[in-house]
Design a protein around this ligand. Sequence first.
Ligand SMILES: [Zn+2]
Length: 60
Amino acid sequence: MIFRLACGDVMPGCAASFENTDKSLLLEEVARHAAADHGIAEITPEMLAAVDGKIVQAPA
Ligand SMILES: [Zn+2]
């Protein structure tokens, strides 16, 4: 299973997208991207829920 997230689904206008077979690693990547490119130092539980809801699972 591959987990995919298009950042633009959460942050309109962002072209970044991520995929990883490990959902927690995917979320770490997204957190790094959010800090580096969106100035989001801390992912709140609300943001995490929003991000989590946009993650798409695809067969590997
Ligand atoms: Zn982004």
